[in-house]
Design a binder for this molecule. Structure first.
Ligand code: FES
Length: 111
């Protein structure tokens, strides 16, 4: 069975600040440019719900703008502790549009 790729918009229309918020159903993700490609994580910080798309991007991690917790964009791991990890999702570009594989790559916190 092939993975469920979901179109999240034209690359030219997404606003990367540094992450681009995208919505799949009622769920918000943040897509970040990384290593010449893209990574997607849950947009909601598990600490106090700040949007991670508005954090600071450095060394493959995003730091939440409210209190600075850092999340690895490849694994979702949180520097404060594994119980605070976020889910990650594969992203691919297809015909100038981005698609997210709507299957979490790790377990992350319960939602
Ligand atoms: S809300 Fe993200 S670290 Fe506090």
């Amino acid at each position: 069975m092939s993975p469920p790729w979901v179109d999240v918009g034209a690359l030219a229309d997404l606003k990367f600040t540094p992450g681009a918020p995208v919505q799949i159903g009622s769920h918000w993700l943040a897509i970040f440019p990384i290593d010449g490609g893209y990574a997607a994580i849950d947009n909601r910080c598990p600490h106090a719900s700040a949007p991670l798309c508005d954090g600071w991007l450095r060394d493959g991690k995003v730091a939440c703008f409210l209190h600075g917790w850092e999340f690895d964009l490849r694994t979702g791991a949180c520097d404060v502790g594994a119980e605070w990890s976020v889910k990650t999702y594969a992203v691919r570009e297809h015909g100038g549009r981005l698609q997210v594989c709507w299957q979490a790559q790790n377990h992350g916190p319960a939602t």
